[in-house]
Structure formats: C-alpha cells, structure tokens
Design a protein around this ligand. Sequence first.
Ligand SMILES: [Fe+2]
Length: 174
Amino acid sequence: MELRFFPITLFRQTPKVTFFDAGIDTSNASDVVIHSGEAISPPDDLQNEQYYVHYHQIDHNLVIKGERIFVLINPSWDEPHHVIYLNRSMGALEIPIGTYHRSISGKEGSIVLNQPKRDKFFDSAKEFIPQKLEKISLVKARNSNPVFWIYENNQIKRFLFNPLEKKIKTPCLK
Ligand SMILES: [Fe+2]
C-alpha cells in the first residue's frame, strides 16, 4: 500500500523565516488542529484507543509546526496498518475515505493544517465521532505489523520495522 504525500512548495527559508505554498488543488476546506503539548486526536476513552473515520471527506494533513505521529488502519488494504512520523517536509498526508486514523503529539505539541476534500453529503455532526476498533477485521488490522514512514536524508522512507523503536512502542490491543 503506497500512501500519498502532497509536497509543499517552499518559497523562502532562512534561519528565522519559512514561507511556503501549502495549497492542495482538490481541497475545499481548511481545518486546523493544534496540540498544545502531549495530546492525541481523538483522545482515548477510559479503556480504548479511539479513531476518526470519514465517509464524505478525504484528509490531507500537513504539519505546520512540530511533529505528529499518524496511525492509519484500513482492513481493505494489503498492508492495513501504518505509522507515519509526519513532519512538514513530508508534505500533506492523504487519508482516504474509510480509513480509521488518529494522531499523537509529544511534549512539544504540534500544529496540523488539514485541507480535506468534502463531498456534498458531508455533515460535521457525523464525520467527527470518535470510534473504538470493535470489528474483528479492525482489531486484526491494528494488531498486524505496521509499515513505518519516516523522513530521513531528505526523503520519505518506508520500513517494515520501526527504526525509532527504542523511543516509542505501540502496545498490542487485547
Ligand atoms: Fe480526519
């Protein structure tokens, strides 16, 4: 499964100024999600990881500031579990319809600009309801070995193991 990343167009970068075009041609909305310190979107409930899943929106998530780990679960994919260490240089991560997803910030927090493509049936009251992974196919996908996406040497690289494993562990669901 190849994920899609939409690159930004960098106009100017100096030690104190970064200026870039973040536009996504197909997008028809701009959402900002700010994590002020350690945070998860959507947050866990008392016992379970929770995820968003969209039916009328394709996400394009760009990190504006900091770093954000995205977890994607989609049982219909040949590789159903992905962990992306997303930063601005990687561009905007596309999250297709029907993909369960959550994002995690470390202590520094992070700012993400999501430029989704919404269709005419989009209803904000229905698109942003946190979900547990209840179906067996989802739990199996979550427990499968993830594909890791990491920015290294100015390239987006995918790994079948976690090169950062010593720093972060993803526990198994029971
Ligand atoms: Fe989303």
